[in-house]
Write a protein that binds this ligand. Structure first.
Ligand code: HAM
Length: 421
């Protein structure tokens, strides 16, 4: 006997069923189309990578790498990991295929499944889809502004009301973030007893992540914490100011959040998060930032980049609040057949309509006339082609307008042509 628990989708995964699946597909298409209009070309990378790509790229101290990866050994003993995010794989592919030796920046987009073993809740899954873009090979602040603008415009076009928070997390040197981290660690150690117990080790492991804590004690203690914005080097400050000015030029409203840090270790300079109303505790619909050191971590040359990823499930959650689902099909014609001989003709008619790009459906369940007419309505078709013994004999089919009820006779040979676009 099969264990009934194993014939359910694994915990934290989703089946996307009609009619919601229409909208799912629409949003993916809208995203990739709007990214393409800004010059981003689609890339597909494998669903799994060598584990090192993430350990080195995303960072061993990050929560994603430390706690959430689906890592396994294949039969040859190699350590592989289902991708928990898309940026490290995209940069790996760029380096591997030498795309960075062509014109820069390399602009790429993706809509791909990601995998993280998190505690599932609304808007948080173990397999989820990210829509993302990566702009690789430029440090220009305009690239930051372009990436952010493309993401915000897509979300607005999709019907989400996005809110943007930006920050600069500086670059890793002593003159900038490393210098700041020393001050922050001192602060965290000096205030250890005021932090929530689960946050007390942060000073040693990943001090910036203290700002991500939702524990009230930690949040209160951090109110007086030193901020990165007061410790940026001159160049990083200038970069951030230019990004903000370009966002203003493009009319992208944004708030500066000096406590914004990101969960992945590769970020430098610009970091941002996009939220949408109504998502509850998982209100981040997307996030991104610069990763100027990532290519080097993966063994490549210096290749600065910036990108974002948006969670598709969260976009759809935000949309569900705003507008009703609109179920839809693409069937124009339903071919009704009465009798075995007519069924074969119906099949031929339906397939040749489809071959001409006309949506066609037919009965595959042996229904009678009444059942087929009902199914025709359900299919969304506007017209039905009716084929019975008489129609086969005369070589003429009855075409019925399903809205008006009007009927006309059309020679069978002309059926396809009567729907010529
Ligand atoms: P991230 O912030 O880890 O960034 O994820 C981006 C978005 O993916 C989140 O804002 C959220 O909408 C969605 N997401 C993340 N985890 C889950 C989950 N468990 N369930 C549902 N949705 C989720 C990155 O992954 C970076 N690679 C973004 C980036 C691109 N940075 C530069 N380029």
């Amino acid at each position: 006997m099969i264990d009934p628990r194993t014939v359910r989708a694994p915990r934290g995964t989703l089946d996307v069923l009609p009619p919601q699946s229409w909208r799912w597909q629409d949003v993916v298409r809208l995203g990739l189309d709007s990214f393409a209009r800004a010059g981003y070309a689609p890339i597909e990378t494998p669903a799994f990578e060598h584990t090192e790509v993430f350990e080195r790229g995303v960072g061993e101290a990050s929560e994603v790498v430390e706690k959430q990866m689906y890592t396994f050994r294949d039969r040859a003993g190699r350590s592989l990991t289902l991708r928990p995010e898309g940026t490290a794989p995209v940069v790996r592919a760029v380096l591997e295929h030498g795309l960075h030796r062509g014109p820069l920046p390399v602009k790429l987009s993706y809509a791909s499944a990601m995998f993280r073993q998190e505690r599932p809740q609304r808007g948080r899954h173990r397999q989820f889809v990210q829509l993302g873009i990566e702009c690789i090979g430029t440090e220009a602040p305009l690239a930051d502004a372009e990436v952010i603008e493309v993401g915000m415009r897509f979300l607005a076009d999709a019907g989400v009301a996005p809110a943007l928070a930006v920050n600069s997390v500086g670059h890793p040197d002593d003159t900038c973030r490393r210098g700041y981290l020393k001050v922050l660690v001192e602060f965290l150690e000096g205030n250890a007893e005021r932090l929530a117990p689960e946050d007390r080790t942060r000073a040693a492991t990943n001090p910036l992540r203290a700002f991500d804590s939702k524990a009230p004690a930690t949040m209160a203690a951090l109110e007086r914490a030193p901020l990165i914005s007061d410790h940026l080097c001159g160049e990083c400050r200038e970069h951030f100011d230019s990004v903000r000015a370009a966002l203003d030029d493009a009319g992208v409203a944004h708030a500066v959040d000096p406590r914004l840090v990101r969960g992945l270790d590769y970020y430098s300079r610009t970091a941002f998060e996009i939220s949408a109303a109504g998502l509850g505790s998982q209100d981040a619909v997307g996030g991104g930032g610069r990763y100027d050191g990532l290519a080097e971590l993966l063994g490549g040359p210096r290749l600065p980049g910036i990108g974002f990823a948006l969670g598709l499930e969260r976009i759809l959650l935000a949309l569900a609040r705003r507008s009703p689902q609109d179920p839809r099909t693409r069937v124009d014609v339903y071919v009704v057949a009465l009798g075995g001989e007519a069924a074969r003709t119906a099949f031929r008619v339906a397939t040749s309509l489809r071959a001409r790009g006309i949506g066609a459906d037919l009965d595959l369940a042996g229904r009678g006339l009444k059942g087929q007419m009902k199914d025709a309505i359900r299919s969304g078709a506007r017209r039905a082609v009716i084929l019975g013994a008489r129609e086969l004999e005369t070589g003429r089919a009855t075409v019925k307008d399903l809205d008006s009820g009007e009927q006309v006779e059309v020679p069978l040979a002309d059926i396809e042509r009567s729907w010529e676009p």
